[in-house]
Design a protein. Structure first.
Length: 330
């Protein structure tokens, strides 16, 4: 059968399509599947490159290893589909992926707007050169994923688990993120822009560069993180808790710091010019200070076995702050 004949049969009668193809890998390259409603279709390894799936709805379909590179996916919906090892590439807008499995899938060179990822398993997937605006992420598993040049802009992300992966060249422009877990990951460059991130986890991660622009970190707890450069100038951090972390250069100039605690943490160079600290507790922290002009303390600050920070507390602008150094009020 020709590609057009196969496409017409698939649209009309999925059961008959299965009988005719008998489980063979089918070639539907460039097929017209616009507006199709496919339920339970078996398309394992199918060639769908360049196929037109505009407005199509796929429910419970088996697309393992399918090639969807440069398929037209505008307003296409995938629900409870098996897309393990499938490949996507090229422009696509308003794609909805709900409760689908994309383990070890490849997303390469995607440009799009209005994508929804909900209840998605992307474990072990490879994302390269992907840029999507208007994106929404809800319960996304990116564990062990390989991410290179990812640019996401949108309103909300929720429960993104991305531990034990490799990320580089990531630009995160999602306005509100609730839980982004990068535990034990290897991170090259990660930049947050105009983003509020609640519960960013970097425990055990190794990070070359963590950067913020008009960004805020909330309720963050890290153990054993290694960060070569942390550029957070003019941003904010609240409920930041560091334990046994190693940080190279921390540029926190003009940063607002609320409720910061650190224990057994080393910072090779800490810049604090114009920064404000409201409430903090530091124990056994090895820190080398850079600029500190105009650094101010507010609320209650406790410093133990951390000589450089103790000296800084004595020079800082005190705005009624209650400062305790090694158990003594100063």
């Amino acid at each position: 059968m020709t590609i057009d004949e196969l496409a017409r049969l698939l649209r009309r009668d999925v059961a008959r399509f299965h009988e005719v193809t008998a489980g063979a890998v089918v070639d539907l390259s460039g097929a017209d599947l616009r507006g199709s409603k496919l339920v339970g279709a078996r398309l394992v390894g199918a060639q769908l490159g360049g196929a037109d799936l505009t407005g199509a709805r796929l429910h419970g379909c088996d697309l393992r290893g399918a090639n969807l590179a440069h398929a037209r996916l505008a307003t296409t919906q995938f629900h409870t589909c098996n897309l393990r090892q499938a490949s996507f590439a090229g422009p696509a807008d308003r794609v909805r992926l709900v409760e689908c499995h994309l383990g070890a899938a490849r997303l390469d060179g995607i440009r799009g707007d209005g994508w929804l990822f909900k209840g998605i398993n992307l474990s072990g997937a490879a994302l390269r050169d992907v840029a999507i605006t208007g994106v929404e992420l809800d319960q996304v598993n990116l564990r062990r994923a390989q991410v290179d040049r990812l640019d996401l802009e949108g309103k909300q992300a929720r429960r993104v688990a991305a531990g034990a992966g490799a990320w580089d060249g990531v630009r995160w422009r999602i306005a509100l993120t609730d839980e982004l877990d990068l535990t034990d990951s290897r991170v090259g460059a990660l930049r947050f822009e105009r983003a509020v991130v609640n519960r960013l986890t970097l425990s055990g991660a190794e990070v070359d560069e963590l950067r913020g622009s008009e960004a805020a970190l909330l309720r963050t707890q890290w153990t054993g993180a290694k960060i070569a450069r942390w550029a957070w100038r003019g941003c904010a951090m609240s409920e930041l808790h560091l334990r046994s972390c190693q940080i190279g250069h921390a540029d926190w100039r003009e940063t607002e710091l609320l409720d910061v605690t650190a224990g057994e943490t080393a910072i090779a160079r800490l810049e604090l010019t114009g920064a404000k600290l409201l409430h903090g507790a530091f124990r056994r922290c090895d820190t080398a200070l850079g600029s500190e002009q105009g650094f101010s303390l507010w609320g209650r600050v406790r410093i133990d076995a951390s000589p450089a920070l103790a000296g800084l507390a004595g020079r800082a602008v005190r705005n009624g702050a209650e400062v305790t150094v090694d158990g003594h009020a100063v």
